[in-house]
Design a protein around this ligand. Sequence first.
Ligand code: R1P
Length: 287
Amino acid sequence: MPIKPSELILNPDGSIYHLNLKPQDIGNIIIFVGDQDRVSQVTKHFDSIDFETQKREFKTQTGLFKGKRITVISTGIGTDNIDIVLNELDALVNIDFGTRTVKKKLKTLDIIRIGTTGAIQNDIPLDSFLISTHALDLVGMLHAYHIETISNSSLEDTFIAHTNWDKNRARPIVIEGSNTLIDKFKSAQTYQGLTATASGFYGPQGRTLRLPISNRSLNKNMESFSFDNTRITNLEMETSGIYGLAKLFGHRAISLNAIIANRPNGTFSSNPKATVEKLITYTLERI
Ligand code: R1P
């Protein structure tokens, strides 16, 4: 049965609805950045760029880097955008747009997030790099899918008990990154840990400007949580969506984080752009 036009939405030129991309426009290695301006911060290192487009916050450039065809896409902020980007990227490689049917032979993409984050452990310094071995979803978007096969219920239950997790909020979900990619990108320069993905930047990450938050001890309880020698290292807003959907679709994903804030110390990087630039170079050297 062909997938209906209301479900798989194609633009008049045959490109997919939000990303504005056709299947030939992307490589098998995809780099995600949050900010549109970071796309060219990555591709300025490429040998050539053969494609670019932008719709809304989704800016894409594809080109060659040391003989590999790599696509860089800005996802904007949040796992709601990640739902769009992952579904449309998978459709580009695994759905035949002509027949609107799923292809027999499925393709696997390598998805690499280069993003920024705040450490929640005071020994993780500003301007360091951190690889998310796992993501801890505090958002809920993934509950729209069958996550039973990819989640870790014993870790989740321990986290729920440790933090007195509010029963009115979505159940947290823990998902692993790709061990193949983690082995490829880890080094003496990288910290590793469990990355918590929040549904917002202020209250959902325990920041108070004017509005009081409902659970003032959540960050402290996250800081003291540990399970099988794994601790929660940082907070950001995309990794769980990327790890969850990549696993469900059969793609490989890794989240590489530039630590630009340290929450327990209350400090912020004096030059976050330079730290992101270093993480971009670090990533491209190992790709
Ligand atoms: C918030 O300022 C944004 O920065 C972090 C968060 O995950 C959120 O997207 O990541 P990026 O710098 O990769 O966008």
